[in-house]
Design a protein around this ligand. Structure first.
Ligand code: 13P
Ligand code: SF4
Length: 330
């Protein structure tokens, strides 16, 4: 087991990571759900869309991806010639697990001509079976741009898919998958929190269920949460997404207060609710980040045909969402 992260150890590890970064000509990309110490030394912290855009445009030789496996895979698909490493290869995603490529292939074979829109939280193999990729930040736009004469299939998040269907009015078949973290938030717990803090807008991720989304003042991607909270005159907010988001929000909006949404079992916002912690995102630590840079392992490797085929729907997504705002670079 690694020693506890004392301030001195955190400083020493951070220095080592920054030295390795310079030696390798690397860029460190971190998702908004990463632990604070990783967010604080990353070059870019953002949502899936912003990080894909950054990966597509980087001139670094090595991409160090602090997030989950499908995010690092996306960076590799966009940069087949570069080395892409991640702190822990076991950092998966319940959405990715819910849509095995074989099952999607079988569904498509039974529904010839169906247009497949895949949420970026899926494997490279599923991406290779898709017509277009989307993230929570551009899903509405991507579905609006889908051909009007085709039947639409949305995989693998039924909650994001249902929200996009409401926003666009486009009928879509939804794959039965969900995020095990976001479905824990309940309408009852959120209603009690709202009642207690009536001045605090509720900001929810579209991976939450519909009964939770209807109580929200804003439903958006993690990056758009930053913009919303920064621009809002409100001084405190209830945040229904993974707990790591609160660190980013607190940094971007100093002086404002952010309360995590809780589940039915924990009625008070001061009770830390571990059910809003993504066990996959939290596999990454500063030690593992240092190690993956020192060893250049684990690395993402993908077969050439998958790499080439998976790139097409990602490029389509990037084209459609070209003017979208990139995350904050440091
Ligand atoms: P964002 O793209 O909104 O950051 O979402 C990624 C994710 O995994 C949400 O659970
Ligand atoms: Fe996947 Fe949910 Fe974790 Fe996001 S929070 S990476 S959707 S399991």
């Amino acid at each position: 087991m690694s020693p506890p992260l004392t301030p001195a150890r955190r400083d020493a590890l951070s220095r080592e990571i920054l030295r390795l970064k310079a030696d390798l000509n690397a860029v460190i990309l971190a998702h908004n759900y990463q632990v604070p110490e990783i967010q604080d030394l990353a070059d870019v912290v953002g949502d899936s869309l912003g990080l894909s855009q950054q990966a597509a445009g980087t001139s670094a030789d090595v991409i160090v991806f602090c997030g989950v496996h499908f995010m690092a895979e996306t960076a590799k698909i966009l940069n087949p010639e570069k080395v892409v490493v991640l702190p822990d290869k076991a950092a998966g995603c319940s959405l990715e697990e819910s849509c095995p490529a074989d099952e999607l292939r079988a569904f498509q074979a039974a529904h010839p001509g169906i247009y497949t829109i895949s949420y970026i939280n899926c494997s490279a193999e599923v991406k290779a079976l898709s017509d277009v990729i989307c993230t929570s930040g551009n899903a509405v736009r991507i579905v609006q741009a889908a051909p009007v004469d085709r039947e639409l299939l949305f995989v693998p998040d039924e909650n994001l898919g249902a929200w996009v269907r409401e926003q666009t009015g486009r009928p879509m078949t939804l794959w039965p998958g969900n995020c095990y973290v976001h479905v824990e938030f309940t309408q009852g717990a959120l209603a009690r929190l709202r009642h207690r803090f009536p001045d605090a807008p509720v900001v929810a991720h579209p991976e939450c269920t519909q009964p939770v989304r209807v109580l929200a003042d804003e439903v958006c991607s993690t990056e758009k949460m930053v913009t919303y909270c920064r621009q809002s005159p409100a001084q405190r907010f209830i945040i229904a997404t993974e707990i790591g988001m609160l660190h980013r929000l607190q940094k971007e909006c100093p002086g404002k207060t952010f309360m995590p949404a809780v589940t039915d079992s924990l009625p008070a916002p001061t009770d830390r609710c571990r059910c809003s912690e993504c066990k996959f995102m939290k596999l990454n630590t500063l030690e593992k980040l240092r190690d993956c840079m020192a060893r250049l392992a684990p690395q993402i490797h993908l077969d050439d045909p998958i790499l080439k085929r998976a790139r097409l729907p990602i490029d389509r997504m990037l084209e459609i969402s070209a003017p979208a705002r990139a995350p904050v670079s440091r």
